[in-house]
Write a protein that binds this ligand. Sequence first.
Ligand code: PLP
Length: 458
Amino acid sequence: MSVGQSESDTNLTSRRARWQAARLDAETRAMLAKDTRHFLRQSVSTPCLNVIGRAEGIHIWDGQGRRYMDFHGNNVHHIGYGHPRVKAAITRAMDELPFAPRRYTCERSIQLAEKLGKIAPGRLSKCLFTTGGSDAVEVAVRLARAATGRFKTLSFWDAFHGAGTGASALSGEMLFRSGPAAPMVAGAEHVAPFACYACAYGYKTDANGNPPLELCNTACARMVDYVLAREGDVACVVAEPARAVPYIPPPGFWAIVREACHKRGALLIFDEIPTGLGKTGRMFASEHDGVEPDILVVGKALGGGILPIAAVIARENLDVAQDWAFGHYTHEKNPVTAAAALETIAVIEEEGLVENAARVGHVALERMAAMKAKHACIGDVRGRGLLLGLELVTNRESREPAGDLAEAVLYRALDAGLSFKTTMGNVLTLTPPLTVTESQMLEALDIIDAALGAEHST
Ligand SMILES: Cc1ncc(COP(=O)(O)O)c(C=O)c1O
């Protein structure tokens, strides 16, 4: 059986093998072989592309000392790798109190919960912490179940919400929900996502990427209401407010879904694990749409790109599951990860990184539009803040994905010192740290521009 792979670039293509044969020295190849020997292989993970030796600021260095601007970073590196303030905060926290065993609380965890309640939108204020995002998504769903007395969920095809059994049931790609992940959790319903350039309902965006709202009437949002009404007993809608592909919601999408949840008695959970803490040029991506979720999930960058921590932030009146242990994790009140998160948020606020993301992202989108005018293979450019994508197609009319070209561009970019991820096979996804400067952003786009030009001249 062929398993559709779209979340990331593929790790078994002949292009990758050729690039590795040409670029990696014997020592690196030996280390990759050792990695394959000792780790269970899995799609989009192992075997690995290369060995990393160092990570600092917006850069990573491979085992051979070559430096790359990291425009992927799993979205953990908002403040750049190895921020000195976060390293110092972690050291201090370890010296003061290395761990909080269950039944004890500690000052740093309380401070973090209080801080997240302050920066989260609207009335969201009560928290639980987990080690990873997948766990936090599952905690959010369990809370929604406790609060509504219902157990079904509604999420989007093509989404990814984590590798756990519950989180992967919410995910919408074969790679994560079939094979060993099946059978799925009962009641995990799905609906087609917003994806205006590749609309599941067949509507076409105009040359500027705008959806034909007068024609489509935001069918993708109305289908959420339809399914909620037909099922009648859905506990929650779980979604990324801006999809990490990226896809940006059409205007009005979230207002319609918010209203549908309200009408049908479902809670709205926003998974802001990649987008939260400033990626889209606002502290939370949902702020662009003026819609407040009932529960918000953050993770990834929360640990400053050093330690793993994620958080669930809920409305106070959803604090109704005290009789259940629905987020009973060993590192629930870890003072060291909490210290890393507190310092990370302080860095984001004090260094004006959300504003920087908005400003540099704006410059990038303008430059990407100019690239689209120049290269016929760029079908669409889109993004918000530093969540950016260039979608490559073989033909602008048919919008056929140009996956092989995307991969070729990736390897050319790596040769020129830029690392990024391809998503859905043909979207060059750029998610640099929030610390990226305008000139670094333009340098990265120059690299992609040159790679596209070189591919067309070969
Ligand atoms: C939208 C989204 N949700 C959840 C997760 C899972 O987070 P973690 O890998 O920390 O479990 C991810 C990770 O990539 C993600 O992108």
